[in-house]
Design a protein around this ligand. Structure first.
Ligand code: HEC
Length: 195
């Protein structure tokens, strides 16, 4: 009786080891593939966004470019979503547009990003992705930090031109996205996809 139980237990243990051996690497591989895909989606969203910002700044300065960010950022996000099938957005711990507000998972990740930056990592290298389950549906979520560069300071720095400040006040009465310095984490791209 005892030996039968033992052999069952051994079989079960083997089964578990085999299941682990076969499922774990697949899951790890899928996650790696999803991460690679997510990095590509960040480029598909961030590239055109940066171009629109640079064009706007060149053809009319920051006042004009505020309108470009205001109107084009959501449109570029929508186009990236349509072409990739991923949900893409930007968020931050200090928001300009309240509709970019972080959910609990995103806030946690943004806090981890701040800790990683404080420990010496460059914002360019800071990213995180994982599989989560929401109401029984598995989802891959990914965030990539966005650093603050010099070009960002005319609208997110601490010394704003008064006309720029006035235009921002009008569009974003609850604006918190000022006072950033070069190298700070301005926010993050945030992506998700149902699996
Ligand atoms: C010409 C002004 C301007 C410049 C320059 C600018 N931004 Fe913004 N930024 C805005 C505006 C306006 C919004 C709000 C967009 C919206 O309504 O979705 C915004 C929103 C954001 C957001 C979304 C989160 C939030 O606070 O709502 C991030 C992240 C961001 N900017 C990062 C940057 C970075 C990084 C740079 C430099 C590469 C930069 N911005 C340069 C005007 C600017």
């Amino acid at each position: 009786m005892k030996s039968k139980f033992q052999s069952r237990a051994v079989k079960a243990a083997f089964g578990a080891v085999f299941a682990l051996a076969f499922t774990f690497p697949v899951t790890a591989m899928d996650t790696a593939a999803l991460k690679t895909e997510a990095v590509g989606v960040v480029k598909a969203f961030g590239g055109p966004l940066k171009m629109a910002l640079q064009d706007g700044m060149k053809n009319g300065g920051p006042i004009h470019a505020i309108g470009v960010c205001n109107e084009k950022a959501p449109a570029i996000a929508a186009a990236a979503m349509a072409s990739t099938g991923w949900d893409v957005a930007r968020t931050s711990l200090k928001l300009r547009n309240p509709s970019n507000e972080a959910d609990a998972w995103e806030r946690d990740v943004l806090n981890q990003f701040e800790a990683r930056k404080a420990a010496g990592e460059s914002p360019d290298d800071i990213a995180f992705g994982e599989v989560v389950e929401v109401n029984g549906v598995k989802q891959y979520r990914f965030m990539k930090a966005i650093g603050t560069a010099e070009v960002c300071l005319s609208c997110h720095g601490d010394k704003l031109n008064p006309d720029v400040a006035a235009k921002l006040d009008g569009l974003y009465p609850t604006d918190q996205a000022r006072g950033f310095s070069i190298g700070d984490i301005r926010g993050a791209f945030t992506l998700k996809k149902d699996l």
